[in-house]
Design a protein around this ligand. Sequence first.
Ligand code: AP5
Ligand code: MG
Length: 231
Amino acid sequence: MSVVVLLGAPGAGKGTQAPLLAERLGIPVVATGGIFRAAVRDGTALGMEARRYMDAGQLVPDEITVKLLLDRLARPDASSGVILDGFPRTGVQAAALDHALDERAERVAAAVLVDVPADELVRRMSGRWICRSAGHPYHETSSPPRSAGVCDLDGSELYQRQDDRPETIRVRLDQQLGALGEVIDYYRAAGVLVVVDGLQEIGLVAAGVETALAARGIRAPSPVENVAGRA
Ligand code: AP5
Ligand code: MG
């Protein structure tokens, strides 16, 4: 099982990089923010609870988020590995993940920090549009869709997230960067942190992530392994 954690401030590009990496490595993405947004859209009890925090730019409490993530990791499609986008976000979450992986004799293979300075984060979030069906991200200037308001990948409508309003962007950065620092320190101490320059254009960031992971022995399965894995 390869567990790769994508770390980064709000707007750094985790959700842009995660599907590119998933396609390369042949393992699914688990994005806690996306799971929460789907729950809000579906009007579930989890969604109503999470929305109170998300709309205020705050982290959802650890006990809710950890349970959600561990339930998701127990599903069969995560058995050969997973890319985590947006989890862990606190030291408590990082320790809970390690504890769960320990029980399966597994560990986080790499934690990739997509590093972007704060002024660029504001620009990225204020111009972001995402699609209704899968949350694929676009940007009105740096990564526009081929047809305005429509997702290139699945044809669904694009919309702007509630928490991308200018006042909430500021709160998210104020409230969440401290906790991100805690998680970075956690993975640096564990010896699995790799840092990629997130200011480059999207394809170059993806290449940087791939190179950093390959240096740690994490790469796409060869065609032979692929066939064996399917048998
Ligand atoms: P979540 O959905 O995870 O939001 P986030 O971490 O704040 O990150 P974003 O999704 O805003 O940014 P991103 O890094 O994915 O950037 P993107 O690729 O879209 O979480 C939302 C909320 O849910 C949280 O605030 C919290 O309330 C709650 N939550 C979620 N997980 C939680 C947890 N574990 N614990 C507690 N609470 C949790 O890119 C941004 C924009 O930039 C896009 O427009 C994109 O097109 C553009 N872009 C991307 N890369 C580049 C590039 N290289 N160059 C130019 N533009 C780029
Ligand atoms: Mg995201």
